[in-house]
Design a protein around this ligand. Structure first.
Ligand SMILES: Cc1cc2nc3c(=O)[nH]c(=O)nc-3n(C[C@H](O)[C@H](O)[C@H](O)COP(=O)(O)OP(=O)(O)OC[C@H]3O[C@@H](n4cnc5c(N)ncnc54)[C@H](O)[C@@H]3O)c2cc1C
Length: 405
């Protein structure tokens, strides 16, 4: 199948590396440019079962990753729900994940460590300028992440409403339980994701509503209350795209001789912030489009965009809405704790096997069963205080959680 000649991929994160690997494996002439190559990008590093199932090399590669067994959710009032995750979630250091994907790409693509400073030209004749050299290409894959200026040049830039601010720490330590805490009035959450040799702990919120400093203050208070020692921790901050449904509808993700993938395309779940699966998947879909003469936009429309638009539409209600007289976030955590049926639903959402589109229907169909579970449940436990001790903060080990499976 004929296609573009030399393809330049700008950015070697998960999206760029995956695109380069798949295109090179299909026999294309690929040049990948990344200013840092394998680096510890600010990220949780959580990879869901959906991604692990679709891309088995993520499970089977001989690299370090941490398998997660339990999850603890904390509601805005401090109520905690702990449960076993019976679906697989792997937490990767981003340096490890990026290296793994770049090594796959290096099997067929030319990889150059360079920061691309400008792109000029048109389809079939792009000129790329970098610090030490210049390159030409017929086709451009923009995989430079959330801050890539080339998105704005070729499509339209993200507006502040399309972005989340994030702040976090890499903290020495490990574990096998994810912590996720929702806060009052914030469209976002705090996470503590244990990796093999450190924890990635962070907080995200809409860029327009929070500064890095205010997020850091809230995160510090949470981590101190949970007994985490920040004396050897390394601070980070970054932006995460979480485009509005309108942006996902209107911004073109491909044009004559170019395409956007991953964060540069804004392909992130606006509720959870999950972007790694969408980065890898969008790159794979672009490679399929370019090697099988199919439409990338149509492949995205068929597979990823409806779900991401639904997440973008639901995010405000999820974080700020009420359900039966209580904040949705409070209900989610308490019902996950009280009902085995809803715990299963939460697990499926975490795994990615339950999408947002069938969620409402499944929720309402399960209500009679949930009502029975509540009716015959033991007396409700009292709320765990919002500032627990270290022991209670760390109590959700897999062994301790087993009885709640
Ligand atoms: C704090 C935080 C926590 C997150 N946690 C999770 C999580 O737990 N699970 C999850 O699924 N997602 C998470 N995400 C989202 C995830 O990190 C992104 O969706 C993912 O990294 C997107 O991959 P990408 O390849 O599109 O972009 P990136 O990973 O950002 O890669 C872009 C690459 O392009 C390079 N680059 C940029 N500009 C240029 C240039 N001009 N020239 C050369 N190279 C360039 C950069 O060096 C970089 O390597 C998180 C994001 C943040 C900010």
């Amino acid at each position: 199948m004929r296609g573009p000649g030399r393809i330049a991929v700008i950015g070697g994160g998960p999206a760029g590396a995956m695109a380069a690997a798949e295109l090179a494996a299909a026999g294309r002439d690929v040049l990948l440019l990344d200013e840092k190559l394998a680096w510890e990008k600010p990220c949780g590093g959580g990879i869901t079962q959906k991604a692990l199932d679709q891309y088995p090399f993520l499970s089977h590669a001989q690299v370090e990753r941490n398998w997660i067994r339990g999850c603890e959710l904390t509601s805005p009032s401090g109520y905690r729900a702990s449960f076993v995750l019976n679906r697989r979630i792997a937490i990767f250091s981003r340096q490890v994940l990026n290296r793994l994907l770049l090594e796959r790409a290096a099997a067929g693509a030319q990889i150059v460590r360079e920061r691309v400073t400008s792109v000029e030209g048109t389809a079939g004749a792009w000129q790329l300028r970098a610090r030490r050299a210049a390159f030409s290409a017929e086709y451009l894959v923009i995989a430079g992440g959330a801050r890539s200026k080339f998105r704005g040049q070729l499509s339209r830039p993200f507006a502040p409403a399309d972005l989340l601010a994030t702040a976090g720490y890499f903290i020495p330590g490990s574990g096998d339980t994810l912590e996720i805490a929702f806060l009052k009035g914030i469209e976002g959450y705090i996470w503590v994701f244990p990796r093999s040799h450190h924890l990635s702990a962070g907080i995200c919120a809409r860029l327009q509503t929070a500064t890095t400093a205010s997020l850091r203050t809230q995160l510090d208070a949470f981590l101190a209350a949970r007994g985490y020692d920040l004396s050897k921790a390394q601070f980070y901050s970054h932006v995460l795209p979480a485009p509005t449904a309108g942006t996902l509808q209107k911004a073109p993700l491909e044009g004559m001789g170019w395409a956007l993938v991953g964060d540069a395309a804004g392909l992130v779940d606006a509720i959870t912030g999950e972007g790694l699966y969408y980065a890898i998947r969008s790159a794979d879909l672009l490679a399929q489009a370019l090697t099988q003469a199919r439409s990338y936009t149509q492949l995205l429309e068929r597979e990823l965009l409806p779900e991401l638009r639904m997440a973008a539409r639901m995010a405000g209600r999820f974080y700020h809405g009420n359900f039966l007289g209580q904040a949705v976030l409070e209900r989610v955590v308490r019902l996950t704790d009280a009902s085995a049926t809803l715990r299963e639903l939460t697990r499926d959402l975490f795994a990615g096997s339950q999408g947002y589109r069938g969620l409402r229907r499944r929720f309402y169909l399960s209500l009679p069963r949930v009502a029975m579970e509540m009716l015959f449940a033991p007396a409700p436990k009292s709320s765990v205080p919002a500032s627990p001790s270290l022991e209670s903060g760390k109590r959700a080990s897999a062994a301790e959680l087993r009885h709640r499976a």
